[in-house]
Design a protein around this ligand. Structure first.
Ligand SMILES: Cc1ncc(C[n+]2csc(CCOP(=O)(O)OP(=O)(O)O)c2C)c(N)n1
Length: 574
């Protein structure tokens, strides 16, 4: 047993034992004893005080995405927990390991609706369609190590995801001599040998196979194993929505991303495939183009789904073969599969899939501000291991289409993007990445609506020196004066009837950034961008580049005027 110490201190010690050196949060009077624990152990762990719990929970989520180890967030009772919900939901939908700690009212005040009291089990209650894998309250300080170890196991095992631990104030101020537990070693399921034999037989029979990869939990090693498997079988590889960095986009087997704004030729190819092997990825709405690329519930294509969660397998699709296994297990086992008996008959199919991807990378010139050229310039100048972050909005379509993610077999994750479609994710994710990997450059692309949801975290970046070292922190705000995505849907469904989607009285984003102590530049024409970005890469602190984009430019493929005209024409014809 240890010397008795405050449970708040013991909690910090358990986090250190779990390998955590950075915690994101917003302080509250409910957990002063934990804050005191950070003070006590300041040489081994830091508490990054954010400006809003939405920012803090996004940062912890990004930490989980980037490191593969649970990101940790600490917030106070009802109001803090409510603000933090968005990061939790994102971690759930994105299968990101995360632990959210919430300070709670003292036990002797419970159930009175006392100040800021909330029933976290009701609000975040576990489910397969929810916010958390597990929600629990730690009632006895002596059991803190047990709860924390279970939280880390639960966040990491099976389908990774978020866990909530609730900490009553009186528990945190009690004393405990309980020793911390060692760092958990999560269990990883391996595919069964019989299932692998079946999968191999299906591959041998196939004419036009295609693999869709993604999901969380991949290590660089398992991504390399996946690449060896793909090479042995000459399989075209598509990456699931916002898991574009699972496979090297420069590889000759890469076919493109199977997400929003999918290359129409790739969509046709997914439909035309006779065998889809989905590895690690959820077959969710965005990856299946609204459940249309694969028919529900019985796809026309033969379907093999490898996933770490029993709940995910068969959730939507009646597949031909379901294999419950971790992505690490999948990668290693697939790489060890007996190679094909002869050169696969689909090599032309694979080559044309990659040729379609390359052709989709070409962009027609657009004036005065060419977003495709902006993204291509970013990637030409930025270091290879740059981390790209974004939230939700049409602006992200250029990023997703024109960035070639290097694949996590080289640099670990290089894409931090919410499959949950949460606006406001990109800025905090970028700040978290810059704090966790100070030697790496981080580029955030944000919409004007998207940026203003969490822009206050520019202050967090400055306060903690993000982007002040060798790695640069750059936020590029695409200001089109509108919630362009919503406007796009309005023009399709209710042409010409704009309601609620204008962003009037936007701030001067460059001036706003300077007020936060960031460098800033404004760019309205393509030619100005390269020098602005080069200056950001050479700057001695973080930089925001404010892009002025015509609101009519809706996506890489269309304009609002064209959408409106098409919708009006369709109405006139019906
Ligand atoms: C937190 C949150 N609120 C609302 C939405 C719905 N939504 C999706 S995209 C979007 C507009 C994004 O606007 P902006 O950031 O300006 O980017 P743009 O589409 O104009 O490129 C909205 C409101 C969402 N996805 N997330």
């Amino acid at each position: 047993m240890n010397q008795p110490r405050l449970a708040g201190h013991a909690l910090v010690e358990t986090l250190i034992a779990q390998g955590i050196d950075t915690v994101f949060g917003v302080p509250g009077e409910s957990y002063l004893a934990v804050l005191d624990g950070f003070h006590e152990h300041a040489d081994r762990i830091r508490f990054i005080a954010c400006r809003h719990e939405g920012g803090a929970s996004f940062m912890a989520e990004a930490q989980g995405k980037l490191t593969g180890w649970p990101g940790v967030c600490l917030v106070t009772r009802g109001p803090g927990a409510s603000n933090a919900a968005i990061g939790l939901h994102t971690a759930f939908q994105d299968s990101t390991p995360m632990v959210l700690f919430i300070g709670q009212v003292a036990s002797d005040q419970r159930d009175r609706e006392s100040f800021q009291e909330l029933d976290y089990r009701q609000v975040f209650g576990p489910g397969t369609l929810g916010m958390a894998k597990w929600v629990a309250e730690v009632q006895h300080a002596d059991r803190l190590p047990e709860y924390v170890a279970r939280a880390f196991h639960t966040a990491l095992q099976g389908r990774p995801g978020p866990v909530v631990l609730v900490l009553p104030e009186d528990m945190l101020t009690s004393r405990t001599a309980a020793p911390v537990l060692p760092r958990v070693v999560p269990s990883r399921a391996w595919p069964a040998p019989g299932a692998l034999r079946q999968l191999r037989a299906m591959l041998v029979q196939a004419e036009r196979p295609l693999a869709i990869v993604g999901g969380s939990g991949w290590s660089a090693e398992s991504a390399r194993a996946l690449q060896r498997f793909a090479e042995a079988w000459q399989l075209p590889i598509g990456c699931g929505f916002r898991f574009q960095d699972t496979f090297d986009n420069r590889h000759a087997l890469y076919a493109g991303d199977v997400g929003i704004g999918i290359n129409p030729k790739l969509a046709a190819r997914v439909r035309d495939a006779d065998l889809i092997v989905a590895i690690g990825v959820r077959l969710g709405e965005m990856t299946t183009a609204g459940y249309s690329l694969l028919a529900v519930p019985r796809p026309v294509q033969k379907l093999v789904h490898l996933h770490a969660s029993a709940e995910e397998l068969g959730r939507v699709y009646a597949a031909d073969l379901l294999i419950e296994c971790s992505v690490q297990g999948a990668g290693q086992a697939l790489a060890a599969l007996e190679p094909p008996p002869a050169a696969p008959r689909w090599v032309d199919w694979t080559a044309s899939a990659h040729a379609d991807y390359e052709a989709n990378h070409l962009a027609p010139a657009v004036a005065p501000l060419d977003m495709a050229q902006v993204i291509k310039t970013v990637q030409r100048l930025a270091p290879a291991d740059t981390v790209y972050t974004n939230g939700a909005g049409n602006f992200s379509a250029w990023l997703h289409r024109y960035t070639r993610y290097f694949g996590l077999q080289h640099h670990g994750r290089t894409q931090l993007a919410p499959t949950s479609g949460a606006m406001g994710y990109g800025v905090p994710a970028a700040v978290a990445a810059a704090l966790l990997y100070p030697e790496r450059t981080v580029v955030n692309i944000a919409g004007d609506g998207d940026f203003l949801m969490t822009g206050q975290e520019l202050a967090t970046a400055r306060a903690h020196g993000a982007g002040a070292g060798a790695g640069k922190l750059i936020s590029i705000v695409v200001d089109n004066g509108t919630l362009g995505t919503i406007r796009m849907h309005q023009e399709r469904e209710y042409p010409g009837r704009v309601s609620g989607s204008e962003l009037r009285a936007n701030p001067d984003f460059a001036a706003l950034a300077r007020a936060y102590g960031w460098h800033a530049a404004q760019v309205a024409v393509t030619d100005q961008f390269e020098s602005a970005f080069a200056a950001a890469l050479a700057a001695d602190g973080p930089t925001l580049i404010h892009l002025k984009l015509d609101s009519d430019v809706s996506t890489p493929r269309t304009t609002l005027a064209a959408l409106r005209a098409a919708a009006l024409k369709a109405r006139a014809g019906s």
